[in-house]
Design a protein around this ligand. Structure first.
Ligand SMILES: [Zn+2]
Length: 328
């Protein structure tokens, strides 16, 4: 459906608990620009073909923009680029991550196994966690071998309007949000979502990373730069008005999580011990991977801030305890 001047809102299915993704089709002079592509399934390809037949008014897709490298966003980029002989526009880090993850030779499994063990999962659960990464290729069978780089601050002209690239960090390495001041619309990718908070996870390839600090800094940047009533087009759930209110809610959510974790760390805690505290509902394996990464994101944030200390036990598990208590 039409959601803003020159912008069409598409919804495609996903084979997860989060069962859909929003994609955007922008009128762009003599052609169309697609923003995000969907997870690579036959069903999504068929839906794309229907859209091409019914919606494009005889025009071609001339550009494919991808916000970030996650499978539901970049999955069909290569297929679409081939199908339309159209270039992929994406930030450099997102392209590199997509290429890396889609060609993973399996050596990341070792890093993932160690990561899960240090987080406190038993060896069976660690093995499941280690093998999960190979699922990237299911959603992203291939990634275009070349790309057109977009970067923070760059302005892209689409359909006679100027769109500014605003890079967000924390959820993905260099996620491109697109903002059009003329119509006060933000295509947010997964950087700002209504209802659910975007997954902010420490990952096995960078176990000491601090993505939550990067994410909070990115939210502050959006709050400083964009008007409060911006129309947000998010990748999941519904478009909404009231960007600033949502940004404040997301910051408050992470503050509350940090306070909860700091309180629990009055006694030494492993990351896996904290998962049930943060996620009270039962989790499937897919969600468990996210939950663990998310728990560690909060632990690392508090550790880098000096509120928690981390130590590696003789059992190979990392435990965190409040720095002020350990000092006594
Ligand atoms: Zn994502």
């Amino acid at each position: 459906m039409a959601i803003a001047p020159g912008i069409w809102w598409l919804r495609m299915p996903l084979p997860f608990a989060l069962n859909h993704i929003n994609l955007w089709l922008l009128e762009d002079g003599p052609g169309w620009t697609i923003v995000d592509t969907g997870y690579a399934t036959t069903e999504t390809k068929e839906l794309w073909e229907r859209i091409f037949a019914e919606l494009l008014g005889g025009l071609s897709v001339t550009r494919i923009i991808v916000t970030h490298y996650h499978p539901d966003h970049i999955g069909l980029a290569d297929w679409l680029a081939e199908r339309w002989q159209a270039p992929l526009w994406v930030t450099e880090k997102e392209w590199l991550f997509a290429r890396m993850a889609s060609r993973d030779s399996g050596d990341l499994a070792t890093a993932r196994r160690d990561f899960a063990r240090r987080a406190g999962l038993d060896s069976a659960a660690s093995e499941i966690f280690a093998q999960r990464e190979t699922s990237y290729r299911r959603g992203v069978p291939s990634v275009p071998a070349s790309f057109h780089r977009i970067a923070n601050g760059m302005v892209i002209e689409m359909g006679g309007r100027k769109w500014q690239v605003i890079v967000g960090e924390g959820h993905a390495p260099e996620l491109a949000c697109l903002y059009c001041a003329e119509i006060e619309v933000l295509i947010a990718g997964d950087q700002v979502l209504p209802r659910i908070s975007p997954n902010i996870s420490v990952q096995a390839h960078e176990p000491d990373g601090n993505p939550l600090a990067l994410y909070l800094r990115s939210l502050a940047k959006l709050q400083e730069t964009l008007p409060p009533e911006t129309l947000v087009l998010p990748s999941h759930n519904l478009p909404f008005l009231g960007l600033h209110t949502r940004l404040e809610e997301l910051v408050a959510h992470h503050d509350a999580r940090c306070a909860q974790i700091a309180a629990a760390c009055a006694h030494p805690q492993s990351a896996s011990q904290l998962v049930p505290l943060l996620f009270r509902r039962p989790l499937d394996q897919h969600q468990m991977g996210f939950a663990l990464g998310e728990a560690i994101a909060h632990l690392n944030y508090l550790m880098h801030r000096g509120d928690l200390k981390r130590s590696l036990g003789e059992d190979g598990v990392c435990r965190y305890v409040r720095a002020d208590l350990q000092a006594r």
